[in-house]
Design a protein around this ligand. Structure first.
Ligand code: SAH
Length: 530
């Protein structure tokens, strides 16, 4: 790579033979410092060579301090100096010339190395991401470039990060023999309050341990390989698959990848109604004995049409008593698919939006009024968290953050995470909520005001616009995030969307990579600040 033997020997002596990352980092630092005019000057005037110094880096013990580093690195070179410095640092002449060409002669050595690293990174990413779709690639590259920009002045940090990310991407995108994560049966994750289950202990991979805590949600029944990829990106944490029917009267099969403790969880009280009849007592009177449903199916974003309920009424009208089995089957299939409930003699109807709110654990009228259409209400509710389920997982935060938490809520929707934390009695100090739909942002803002929150709610629109600089700025003003929550859109993952059920590469579903990108940036910034 163009390092002198002496330099390599010294780097090995300092870091030990095994520690290749640190050796490389030291070598890069030596090279950068050696080729800086100050260093030349320092060496010349002292008549001292590298070898005769006790510990070369002692002179630059504040190497991490931006100002000093920047001063060293920003000194002007002429083109040849810059080229040879870069080549000495182990880059090829082609890479070096291209960087000088693209960035301009007046750019600093650090800017040039950043450019080369980003280009190398992009190459590696391209090679390893070739399996992934077009939308995804720029997201991941974006993450790297973002960080490069963010850490412009920190050559060694960036080198380390680049190497780390290269290895991680390679590992995460490696084909797996067993690509399918099995869904558990019963779908009770690491435990639910309503079922007896064995005590589970889990050890998180080291890279997954916070801060911040993170909590990612998506549909459990995603196409093959999706959860394997999600889990790999989210630091190899095993997903917890839970069906909300163990919490309330409606099913909702979801996977959650999180680094929260799983001991000492507690449920929200009062415990929500567990059966359709408990939840919707007025339906009991009309419920035929041959409809044996006790739980509703997953609450969807759209409801059954008036035509359908009319067809069902007509199909039943001809019979006084129980209809024949074929008619029962037709009616039950439609009722199951569309979550229809009995509201009169031979009359079924879709759930009202406020019934859906109640089943999902939101306050009554949470999504009602203020300019929100009925269609939008169903859509937002259909995509949202089931509060009792999510609150059960988040309950472990209550003792940890008695003074409240700082929340980064990505894809906030109608505020499932915020409502769950509030209902748990965990004060919301600062919430940065990112949600593209104005309707949803309004719903969250109204709830925030109605519940007399004392903290700050900062709302942003697009996760794709949330970059490292903005994050760092937000984090320095509020003091970091305790929790990063997000359930990215599942449009291309769900069974009902057969036309566009194309996995994580779907336009919307690929937003998962923005969740990862942002979480990883928050992690880096938090680690740095520690
Ligand atoms: N967990 C949420 C709902 C998540 S559904 C809740 O409890 O309500 C996914 C959300 O992502 C939707 O509300 C959708 O409007 C939002 N979304 C889609 N694209 C987005 C983007 N680019 N930036 C931010 N939010 C986005």
């Amino acid at each position: 790579m163009g390092f002198s033997k002496k330099m390599v020997a010294k780097a090995i002596q300092e870091n030990g033979e095994e520690n290749t990352d640190s050796i490389l980092e030291t070598l890069l630092t030596y090279s950068a410092l050696e080729s800086s005019p100050q260093r030349q000057h320092h060496i010349d005037s002292d008549h001292c060579s590298l070898e005769c110094e006790g510990n070369f880096l002692d002179d630059f013990s504040d190497i991490d301090s931006c100002s000093n580093n920047e001063k060293i690195m920003n000194t002007e070179f002429d083109e040849e100096d810059k080229l040879s410095s870069l080549v000495n640092m182990g880059y090829t002449v082609d890479e070096a010339s291209l960087a000088i060409d693209r960035c301009g002669l007046d750019s600093s050595l650090v800017e040039l190395t950043d450019f080369i690293c980003a280009a190398q990174m992009a190459k590696v990413a391209d090679a390893h991401l070739s399996e992934l779709p077009l939308e995804v690639k720029p997201k991941l590259k974006h993450s790297c470039n973002e960080y490069a920009k963010h850490k412009k002045r920190k050559l060694s940090d960036y080198e380390m990060w680049t190497k780390k990310k290269q290895n991680e991407f390679e590992k995460r995108l490696l084909p797996d023999d067993d690509e399918t994560i099995r869904l558990p049966h019963p779908m009770i994750g690491f435990g639910v309050p309503t079922e007896p289950c064995p005590t589970i202990h889990r050890t998180l991979p080291e890279a997954a341990i916070g801060p911040p805590f993170f909590y990612y949600e998506n549909v459990a029944l995603a196409p093959k390989g999706v959860w394997t990829t999600i889990s790999r990106f989210l630091y190899d944490v095993e997903p917890e698959f839970v069906d909300s029917k163990y919490f309330c009267a409606a099913a909702r099969k979801r996977g959650y990848v999180h680094n929260l403790p799983i001991q000492d969880r507690f449920p929200l009280l009062p415990f929500p109604p567990q059966t359709i009849h408990e939840a919707l007592p007025l339906t009991r009177k009309w419920w035929p004995s041959w409809d044996r449903r006790t739980k509703l199916n997953c609450l969807q974003t759209v409801i059954g049409s008036a035509k359908l309920t009319q067809r069902i009424r007509k199909a039943l009208e001809d019979y006084d008593g129980e209809p024949p089995l074929s008619v029962q089957k037709y009616v039950l299939d439609e009722c199951r698919q569309w979550n229809l409930v009995w509201v009169g003699r031979n009359k079924v109807a879709p759930l009202e939006a406020d019934e859906v709110e109640m089943l999902l654990g939101f306050p009554r009228n949470h999504t009602r009024g203020g300019g929100i259409s009925r269609t939008d209400r169903y859509k937002s509710l259909g995509n949202s968290f089931q509060i009792d389920t999510v609150a059960y997982h988040l309950s472990v935060l209550k003792d940890m953050f008695p003074g409240g938490i700082n929340l980064l809520s990505l894809f906030s929707g109608i505020g499932g995470a915020e409502v769950a934390l509030h209902r748990l009695g965990i004060p919301l100090k600062n919430v940065v909520s990112v949600e593209i739909s104005e309707v949803n942002r309004n719903i969250l803002r109204c709830w925030w005001e109605e519940t007399n929150q004392r903290g700050n709610l900062i709302d942003l629109a697009d996760v794709q616009q949330l970059n490292g600089d903005r994050l760092e700025q937000l984090m320095s003003s509020i003091g970091g995030f305790d929790l990063v929550v997000g359930g990215s859109p599942c449009n291309n993952l769900t069974g009902s969307n057969r036309l566009h059920r194309d996995g994580l590469e779907g336009k919307e579903s690929a937003l998962f990579f923005d969740y990862f990108r942002i979480l990883d940036l928050v992690k880096c910034i938090m680690t740095k600040a520690q």
